[in-house]
Ligand binder design. Sequence first.
Ligand code: ADP
Length: 501
Amino acid sequence: MEGERNGSSEAFMKIPEIKFKKLFINGEFVDSISGKTFETIDPRTGEVIAKIAEGEKEDVDLAVKAAREAFDYGPWPRLSGSARAKILMKLANLIDENAEELAALDTIDAGKLFSRGMDRDIPAAADLLRYYAGAADKIHGETLKMSGEFQAYTLLEPVGVVGHIIPWNFPTSLFFMKVSPALAAGCTMIVKPAEQTPLSALYHAHLAKQAGIPNGVLNVITGFGPTAGAAIASHMDVDKVSFTGSTEVGRLVMQAAATTNLKQISLELGGKSPLIIFDDADVDKAADLALLGILHNKGEVCVAGSRVLVQEGIYDELVKKLLEKAKTWVVGDPFDPSVRQGPQVDKTQFEKILSYIEHGKREGATLLTGGERYGEKGYYIKPTIFSNVMDDMLIARDEIFGPVMSLMKFKTVEEAIKRANDTRYGLAAGIVTNNLNIANTVSRSVKAGIIWINCYFAFDKDCPYGGYKMSGFGRDMGLHALHKYLHVKSVVTPIYNSPWL
Ligand code: ADP
């Protein structure tokens, strides 16, 4: 395949030394109480990168205790917004200064493109911090003119101790998407990165300390979901859990909250997002968007455009274009600047994707390209395109989380809307058309948290996103995310000496 490339990473980038391998609790790096560790693997080779402390319930208890004390008695929630902002700005600068090392950590841990980390993920994480730093001194309530002889005002107060449970596909972006608004609001927190990608989170903790975030405010517990993650979700002293991950685990987090202290939760879950291409679209641009929509970050994106619905008049031409372009899509070492797709995050994910591909073939979809591993080592999968995909096939219904596109043909706008909505998910959707009526009708009719018209993956710190339906609830980014971490308290007082007093 023209687009493939096998290269030695050392030719492109010196692999960083792994400096932080322990849990970060109350401002210190510490071993887990059990002394247990787990291996984190380089998906480019399948080899062990480092052994990382394995936090469990007892370690979560310590981290929550530190966060609780920092919230109830420590300076962070009591600082002025501008004092918190200064520290967040400092942290943002430290991220920029350490961008190369951070991007390299996410590349060896998650198989992410190093160039993308340098150009986008790491600087965007720093900008996210700056955005919420800018909001930290603008958190205020309302003055209310009540009926009767009362007046009131509202206070916005930090919700307390927050547990952030995050997945492995965007280790740095998601870390800061969660912690930045929570820090700005004055919360204290425990972050549990995914077991596949613990490296950058520990580095972020080190930078947070250097920036002056007080001890206990930001704790990082590395470890597994059913142990460390579940202990956070069911902890009586955690006031809120902000979760990003699978719908199955989102349900467990919700159950844990329901059966313990009814903590607030927000869930950003899976997706099976449609990209709908109409007859009037520019075929070349539509093909670029469709490929980007499914191949970006090797398809390990919750908003991936995995169902490509194409109107019948443009279908054949688009398929031809997609195949031409897919051939030039370079797969290989994510440190190589010419590569566009690195390895899947781990063996489990790799095997899961290949088994979905087999399912697709068995169910009668037509495999146009790809459908197999690339290379002999590591977890690379060739860009894969299926045509003739029917709505009820597994590959059209399940979130595959890999570079697997399902092409489906439709006739009318109404049919496109109906089929786009025929999913339990509702995270994102893309529309490719120059017809304003179609764009307006479809964007208002598709049930999803973000709609991209003639673009895809256009994210911004000021643009909230999150799910409809089983893609979850609550919004990340924008000022909506800040409000996830704030309580509204109403304070009521009589205007005159009231008979009630
Ligand atoms: P994915 O399918 O993308 O790996 P998961 O939902 O399994 O997503 O994982 C997302 C995050 O949730 C990870 O940090 C993982 O460790 C954590 N997790 C997994 N199981 C649980 C659980 N039972 N309770 C809390 N967190 C969990």
